[in-house]
Ligand binder design. Structure first.
Ligand SMILES: [Fe+2]
Ligand SMILES: [Fe+2]
Length: 174
């Protein structure tokens, strides 16, 4: 069954390349999101929301380092590839800041909306990559991606909680 083996080898190489390309995409996204989180922290009305953005900035920094470890485990140099989806979501963050009043809770409701779109994009990406990683020879990678995924989900939940606790009501009451 030599031909089949050769075929499997090709598939594995193609899969490796494909996976690395997706890593480059999310690596770019994490790096640029950090800039977005800085902007969101500065723009937030509530100190609590500003602190949440600060916290996720630090988490994103660690996630970036984890991605670098994954590149290394795959025998690759960390490289970025522009992620058009994240670029668009970060443009929406800027538009949200432009379209809402400074020091208002509508601003914060808007920032939460924009930030949750980002988190859901990350959840989708890491969820799929984690599932694909089961087929990589380095079994550790799946667990590392699962760790990042759990962090993104927690961030999303924290944002929902803040919206429900006070931000949305303050935004609606004015
Ligand atoms: Fe992230
Ligand atoms: Fe995130």
């Amino acid at each position: 069954m030599k031909s089949e083996n050769t075929n499997n080898e090709n598939i594995r190489t193609e899969f490796h390349r494909f996976f690395v390309e997706q890593l480059k995409d999310i690596y770019w996204a994490e790096k640029h999101l950090k800039k977005g989180l800085r902007k969101m922290r500065k723009a937030a009305t509530s100190p609590k929301l500003a602190a949440a953005f600060e916290k996720h900035y630090n988490e994103s920094d660690k996630q970036e380092a984890t991605l670098e470890q994954i590149f290394a485990l795959m025998g690759e140099e960390p490289q970025t590839k522009r992620c058009e989806a994240m670029a668009g979501l970060l443009k929406e963050v800027e538009e949200m800041i432009d379209d809402t009043e400074k020091n208002s809770f509508v601003r914060d409701a808007g920032l939460i909306l924009a930030a949750q779109k980002v988190e859901h994009y990350e959840i989708a990406t890491y969820g799929t990559l984690r599932t694909l990683a089961a087929y990589l020879p380095e079994k550790k990678i799946k667990r590392m991606l699962e760790g990042i995924l759990a962090g993104e989900k927690k961030t999303d939940e924290a944002l929902t909680k803040m919206a429900e606790d006070f931000v949305n009501e303050c935004a609606a009451v004015g």
